[in-house]
Each structure stands twice: as structure tokens, then as C-alpha cells.
Design a binder for this molecule. Structure first.
Ligand code: PLP
Length: 444
């Protein structure tokens, strides 16, 4: 075991890692990143088809981001936005975000992460209704198998059962409805009808709880960590109709989907959603530094500002100047290289064509993709789409085979998922797909 592995084993308490596997094998030590590849201590070159944790959209060698950080470190390495203070990187980034996000989102509350964004929206929507004289309007409706982060509010808003099993979650006032997961839960039902039905469960839940008690609905446009669950086209229009009809605030968690992943700057544009609040993180800095941003609509910002002297909420690293400078450089780099257009018109269609062909593999029951996020479902029986009995068995095996073949794919149960850096070239897509076939063959 290397020194890093020994120190890690003795002292690192890992997020989302299997203790037994860690103790048996030691952690994989990543020493370098270059383009879309990472390198481990043994010198293995690994194609990172997950862009780290869905964040390194510009790959590991984006010089302008590094230079922007260096420049900002030399000027003002830290300051905050508390107590009537600001600085130019935060102000400039806020203006830029207001420009590129959907029209009514013109106010930004900076955080340090996606989880902090979701804590922030929970407080914001509850406080908003209290300001309007409806303090009982507190419940936020979310979805089973959603992921909204790991803080108490984030994990409660999320619908991950294994997370709720630890630490007394969810906190009160959060309820979940089923997800629009056609392959997993809608077999035999027409896809679009299924999308409608799943959206209408929101309406049923609002009526059951009483509209006077419901503050908001929160969702990822495409569920990421839940297994790249791409909703049927009928789903979002119906959700939007229901939120509009009942006057329920719509919170869109674009922590994964934002910044080009679906072929538009934001998935709200892909699905024609008009959110009241939007959570951003990850791709905002291409993962180079921690930063989150909650986009707040004019209406909500106005109500909050008119009601109180201050919003008693904030984080030491809300609007960290170096993170903001890197975010500005990220957006600038994406604009300069027309990256979103390239994703939409060129690389995502190319990846889709190759990825969807994986459905031919005897182990694959479904292949699906939207923009640059994709999944395949591993099945025991391709004809009946029966899954393996022991959940996780095939997915974990396939994931481990992938890593030893030089490919990072993620396993969510028996669903294999990817979200590669947006800068991936066609030749690298070919390599990714060739490795995926090889690993499926070895898993089969
Ligand atoms: N929201 C979504 C949709 C996410 O996928 C994640 C992380 O994967 C989060 C929130 C939490 O973000 P963070 O890990 O930065 O707290």
C-alpha cells in the first residue's frame, strides 16, 4: 500500500464509499488530470466518463480557469458579501448569471455547494410565504430517488432511501411523490401516458395536503444521481401547468443539468420550464473550485426585500472571489468556444448515435441519453427485461471492470451512467464506446 493509501486508510472518513472495499483494497489514488483523463498512482490512464462528479465540464486542463484563479488570488484571495459588502468578481458573476439564466431569474444568492443551495431554497420558499401572510404554507414536495445534496435539508429534499435511513431524515415538512422512471416503474404503460400520470401525482398530493399548506415543488430536470432518469416529454409541461394553476413555487435543481449538459445553457430551456428558483453548482466552475448559486425570481426577491431588513442566512464562502473569478472564466470560455452549440449540434448527437447502439448488447435492456448524460440498464433477460435478483451485483461488477479497463462509469444499482466532460472529442467518444462494449462483454 502506498503512503497516500496508508494515510487515507488511517485518517480519511470517506463520503459515499464502501468501508469493506476501502479496507480491503485501499483507495484509488488519483495524481493527475489531463483533458478528459485522470491518472492514478500506478500510472494508469483512465477516461473519466463521469467528469469527476458531473462537474469537470471543461476537462482537467482548462488553462484560462487556472489563470483566472491565479490572478484573483494575487488581487483579493478572500472576501465575503456579508454586512453590506461586495466585490467585483461576485457582482460581475451575478450580472452574468442573470443574463444567461431564464428571464425572470435576476437575483443570485451565492453558496459554496449544491447542498447549500438546497438549504437556501428551503428557507427561502418558507420565508417567502410567511412574508405574504401564509406561514402555514411550509411543505415542499419532492420526489422519490431525487438527489439534492447531503446536508440535512438537501438529503431530506432528496428522496434517497439509504440516506433517509441514517441520521433521522427527512426533516419535517417535506414529502415525496414517485419519479418519472419509465424503465424501472412504468413497464407496459405508454411512455407519454406514464409521464402524464407521474406528473399528475403532484396535483393529487397538493390536493391531499391542501394547497394552503404547500410552499413549493422541487425537482432535477433530469434526475442525475438517481440513474439519469430522463422524464417523458409529457412530464414537465404537466408539472408546469400544475404549479402555475395552484400557485406553487417551482424550484429547479440544475446542479447537474446546468451549464450546457443538456445542450442548452440550462435544462429549464431544454424542457421549457419557467422556475421561480434555480440551484446551480458543479459546472459553474467546471468543478475547479467550490461554488453554488441560487437564482431567485424578481417576485420572490422583491417580497423578501420589502418584508424584512435582512435575510438571516449566509455562508462564509458565499461568493468567494476566487471561485467567482473561475466561474466567470468558465462561462467566458464556454461562450468563446460556442461550447453549448457544439454540444447541441455536434458532440451530443454523435455520442447519442453510438451510445444508443449499446442497446444491442445482450446485457442491456435499455439505453437512453439526453445531451451529455446517458444510462444503460443491465438486465438478466433481454427479452423480458427482467433484472438481476441481487440488486447492485451486475452494476458493481461492471463498474469495477470498467475501472480496470481504464474507464470511469458509475453504477446506480444495475444502471450504468455517464456524464463526460463537454469538451470530449469524437475520437474520445469512440474510445469511450469501445471501452464500454469491451467492459459489457467482460461483465456478461
Ligand atoms: N443537487 C443535485 C442535483 C446534485 O446532483 C448534487 C450533487 O451531486 C447536489 C445537489 C449537491 O451538490 P454538492 O455535492 O455540491 O453539495
Amino acid at each position: 500500500m502506498s503512503l497516500s493509501q496508508q494515510q487515507d486508510r488511517q485518517h480519511c472518513f470517506h463520503p459515499f464509499s464502501n468501508y469493506h472495499q476501502l479496507n480491503r483494497d485501499g483507495a484509488r489514488v488519483i495524481v493527475k488530470g489531463e483533458g478528459i483523463y485522470v491518472y492514478d498512482e500506478q500510472g494508469n490512464k483512465i477516461l473519466d466518463a463521469m467528469a469527476g462528479l458531473w462537474c469537470v465540464n471543461l476537462g482537467y486542463s482548462a488553462k484560462p480557469l487556472i489563470e483566472a484563479a491565479q490572478k484573483q488570488f494575487n488581487t483579493l484571495p478572500y472576501y465575503n458579501l456579508f454586512f453590506q459588502t461586495t466585490h467585483s468578481p461576485a457582482a460581475k458573476l451575478a450580472a452574468k448569471l442573470a443574463e444567461i439564466t431564464p428571464a425572470k431569474l435576476n437575483h443570485v444568492f451565492f453558496t459554496g455547494s449544491g447542498s447549500e443551495c438546497n438549504d437556501t431554497v428551503l428557507r427561502t420558499v418558507r420565508h417567502y410565504w410567511a412574508c405574504l401572510g401564509q406561514p402555514q404554507k411550509q411543505i415542499v414536495i419532492s420526489r422519490d430517488n431525487a438527489y439534492h445534496g447531503s446536508t440535512m435539508a438537501g438529503a431530506s429534499l432528496g428522496g434517497m432511501k439509504p440516506m433517509h435511513a441514517q441520521g433521522g431524515l427527512p426533516i419535517p415538512g417535506i414529502v415525496h411523490i414517485p419519479q418519472p422512471y419509465h424503465f424501472g416503474e412504468g413497464q407496459g404503460v405508454d411512455v407519454e401516458m406514464f409521464g402524464q400520470q407521474r406528473a399528475q401525482l403532484l396535483e393529487q398530493k397538493i390536493l391531499e395536503l391542501g394547497v394552503e399548506n404547500v410552499a413549493a415543488f422541487i425537482a432535477e430536470p433530469i434526475q442525475g444521481a438517481g440513474g439519469v432518469i430522463i422524464p417523458p416529454d409529457s412530464y414537465w409541461p404537466e408539472i408546469q401547468r400544475i404549479c402555475d394553476h395552484y400557485g406553487i413555487l417551482l424550484i429547479v435543481d440544475e446542479v447537474i443539468c446546468g451549464f450546457g449538459r443538456t445542450g442548452e445553457w440550462f435544462a429549464s430551456q431544454t424542457y421549457a420550464i419557467t422556475p421561480d428558483l434555480m440551484c446551480l453548482a458543479k459546472g459553474i466552475t467546471s468543478g475547479y473550485l467550490p461554488l453554488g448559486a441560487v437564482m431567485v425570481s424578481d417576485r420572490i426577491a422583491q417580497v423578501l426585500q420589502e418584508h424584512d431588513d435582512e435575510f438571516t442566512h449566509g455562508f462564509t464562502y458565499s461568493g468567494h472571489p476566487v471561485a467567482c473569478a473561475v466561474a466567470l472564466a468558465t462561462i467566458e470560455e464556454m461562450e468563446k468556444n460556442h461550447l453549448v452549440e457544439k454540444v447541441r449540434n455536434d458532440i451530443a448527437p454523435y455520442l447519442a448515435q453510438k451510445w444508443l447502439a449499446l442497446a444491442e448488447h445482450p446485457l442491456v435492456g435499455e439505453a437512453r441519453i439526453k445531451g451529455m448524460m446517458a444510462a444503460i440498464e443491465l438486465v438478466e433477460n433481454k427479452a423480458t427485461l427482467k433484472r438481476y435478483n441481487k440488486t447492485k451485483a451486475a452494476g458493481t461488477l461492471c463498474r469495477n471492470i470498467c475501472v480496470s479497463n481504464g474507464l470511469i462509469m458509475r453504477a446506480v444499482g444495475d444502471t450504468m451512467i455517464i456524464a463526460p466532460p463537454l469538451i470530449i472529442s469524437k475520437a474520445e467518444v469512440d474510445e469511450l464506446i469501445q471501452l464500454a462494449w469491451q467492459c459489457l462483454d467482460q461483465t456478461y
